[in-house]
Structures are given as C-alpha cells and as structure tokens.
Design a protein around this ligand. Structure first.
Ligand code: SF4
Ligand code: SF4
Length: 387
C-alpha cells in the first residue's frame, strides 16, 4: 500500500515553492518532468551539501528544509526514499509527495544522462519502492554480484581495484548461485541485480547465472556491465534476450574494440542495451591509508556516489566494491558488522536480521580510510587509461 501521494499537475501549488529532495538521476527526471508540465523548481535538497547547485538550481542541505515547512517537497530517491520521508515528517513538513506520476510524463529524454534515461524507462523500479510498505520487508534497490576478477583491460584508475590483481580468476558460477541464493532467501525483493567483473563476458557460462535469476521472481531486473571488448557466445546471447535483462556497454574509445559489433548484434537480436560514453572519471585514488579525521571521513562518505553500493563477492555482502576487493587483495580488513558472510548459513531467521541491520547502516566504513571517495568535487581524470 502506498503511503505517499504522487505529485502531478492537478495539484494546486498556490504560492508554495517546489523542492526536489535528491540531486541525482531521479532528481534530474523530476525536474525535467516538472518543467515539461510548466512548473518551476526552486531548490534541490541533498545530503551532499558540497553541491551548491544541481542542473542550474540551488541545492540546499536537509537542515535548511525547516524553513520550508509549508512548501512542497518531492522525494526523488530510491535508496533513501523512506529515510527522507521519515525526516520530512519528523520536521513537520505538510506537503510531501513521491514522483511516481512524474516518471510517466512524456519528456525530451535526450537531455537526460544515459543513466537517468535508463531509470526513466524503468518506472517499475521506483513504483516498487513507493508501492511497497517497507515496514516488515527487506528490499534491496540494487546489488552488484562480482563473477570474475579478470578483465580484458587494465585501467590504471579502476575504481574497483582490478588493476591490483596479479592472479585474477573467474569465480565458480555454482558457488555464486549457491551463496547468492542464501542472501535471496533473507530478503523480499531485489529491484536490480547488476552483474560485474572485471569483464563479465569473460565468464563463458554466465548464461547459467542469467537463466537462473531471470526466472527468479524476487529479482525485478538484471543489468550487465561490459567494457565492450568481448562478443558473448551463442548461449549467452540467447539468455540476454530475456525482457528482464539489459546490457550496459562502456565506450572507452579505441580500447572498446567490439563496441560497434556488439551494438549491431544486440540490435539484431532485440537485446536491450545502452552505450555509455565517458569524458572523465572521478579520481578515487589508490589504496594507501589516508589517516582521515572522523569529520573528514564522514564528509567524504556523505558525498560519495558509491556509498552503499552493495557488492556480493565470494559469498559475502559488502557495502562498497572497494571494501570487497581491498580486503581480498590484502590492503586492509573490514570491521565487524561491515560484511554479512553467506559462505556458511545456519538459518534464514538470524541471517535476515543480520541483513536488515546491515542495510540500515549509513556511515563510513573502514575502506573509506583508504579512498578519496567519488563525488561531484572529485578531481577529474581521463577514463580507462591502460597500465
Ligand atoms: S574495464 Fe572496467 S573493470 Fe576492467 S579494469 Fe577497466 S574499469 Fe576496471
Ligand atoms: S569513500 Fe567509502 S563508500 Fe565511497 S568509494 Fe570509497 S570506500 Fe566506497
């Protein structure tokens, strides 16, 4: 059952200001939809208070919302929808809306980033979040499952640390499925399962994982991230045709040698795919210890776009891919409570509680002390420079 109303053009806004809470992909979609129906956005609200403006609109910190109790706030976030709702309610805001109706406003999608366009074309994802009463449910918005450390490229600034593996390996698909099934038994829904490497198409039997999760009703959508250097085999192509699956292809210029071939193949086979061009990457840095103060690490974490980027790797659940690979590579250890281990499994009830506690945490992890973070303020570097 839905607990918020959707904002739409029938709502009488009187002289109220319009605020969009969430300066990210959903914020961009909400702004575009509002402008399309002739409504001006006054402010974005975001916990990344370093962001002074977003898409040309002033961005204010959540604290400043107290001055807007009678204005209209529209929640444009998936991961933090219920946290934002609870916060707005706690400060007594009188006009809180979700953006479900705005997701369906026909807009000029060309002005959105590829990622925002992808979200716009999957309104079901947002719908699932606002429609479900989360009270007793565990819903994972997105989670990355790592199926290989091997990559056909060796990017010197790979944020996921693949460049540090001297003996990278494919993971055993049966073990990935067995351990990930244990996680699935503890949650109610996964809105998006992202399949990652390294380069996932290196794994020749990736189709077994795709087939298994395409038919799993708990998983709403599956995305695969490729560097566009490998053309998958016939079995994999057949599996990719499933309506739940889409392929995200990075275009790193000359090194993405199979980009055009893949684009043609996927068009011909009716496989949903998106091509992402990158002008610049955020410099997330090496894995040396930074010795940050508590204040500094909290600030880095609160503005990091990878914060709570859930990662499932070698049977364990982590809150960031750097936490997973940094530990595997021996650079640091994660602290107690920063991992949920599914390699051993004694029962769903206890694990479900552990997962629920894990998911409610929203604070820096030990890995953040070995990282620059990734935010709008990050130093920009050329993407995919090879070692
Ligand atoms: S292609 Fe992707 S996974 Fe491979 S090294 Fe580059 S950034 Fe990392
Ligand atoms: S700052 Fe923390 S959450 Fe962000 S990428 Fe680094 S380790 Fe991950």
């Amino acid at each position: 059952m839905k607990i918020t109303s959707s904002f739409n053009k029938e709502i009488d806004i009187k002289n109220r200001k319009i605020l969009i809470y969430g300066a990210g992909n959903y914020g961009a979609i909400a702004k575009l939809a509002l402008e399309t129906i002739g409504i001006k956005v006054d402010f974005f609200v975001d916990r990344d208070f370093e962001k002074k403006t977003y898409l040309g609109i002033e961005c204010i910190a959540p604290d400043a919302l107290c001055k807007h109790i009678d204005d209209i706030v529209i929640i444009a976030s998936l991961n933090y929808f219920y946290d934002i709702l609870a916060y707005c309610q706690s400060i007594g805001m009188n006009h809180i809306y979700d953006m479900e109706d705005l997701m369906h406003v026909p807009v000029n999608e060309n002005v959105l980033s590829e990622y925002a366009r992808d979200e716009k074309n999957n309104p079901e994802k947002y719908h699932n979040v606002v429609e479900e009463n989360f009270k007793d449910k565990i819903i994972i918005n997105h989670i990355e499952i790592v199926i290989t450390e091997r990559c056909t490229l060796c990017c010197k600034d790979c944020a996921n640390l693949m460049q540090y593996y001297s003996h990278p390996d494919n993971l055993d698909i049966d073990n990935c499925i067995e351990t990930f099934n244990r996680l699935l038994s503890c949650v109610d829904n996964v809105l998006e399962l992202r399949i990652l490497g390294g380069e996932p198409f290196i794994v020749r039997d990736i189709n077994r994982l795709l087939d298994c999760y395409a038919k799993n009703s708990k998983i709403k959508r599956i995305t695969i991230y490729t560097n566009s250097t490998i053309v998958p085999n016939k079995e994999v192509v057949r599996s990719l045709k499933h309506e739940k699956i889409s392929v995200h292809m990075s275009n790193y210029g000359d090194v993405s040698k199979k980009l055009n071939m893949l684009d043609d193949l996927f068009n011909e086979q009716g496989i949903k795919h998106y091509i992402h061009d990158y002008e610049l990457w955020n410099d997330i840095g090496d894995v040396s210890y930074r010795n940050y103060s508590r204040n500094v690490v909290e600030k880095i974490y609160s503005s990091c776009v990878m914060a709570n980027c859930l990662t499932f790797y070698r049977g364990k659940l982590y809150r960031c891919p750097r936490a997973a690979h940094g530990e595997q590579l021996g650079f640091f250890n994660n602290n107690a409570g920063e991992i949920v281990d599914f390699q051993t499994f004694e029962g769903t009830k206890e694990k479900r509680e552990e997962v629920a506690n894990f998911l409610t945490k929203d604070e820096p992890i030990n890995a953040c002390n070995y990282c620059n973070g990734s935010s709008i303020n990050s130093r920009k570097i050329a993407p995919a420079i090879q070692k």
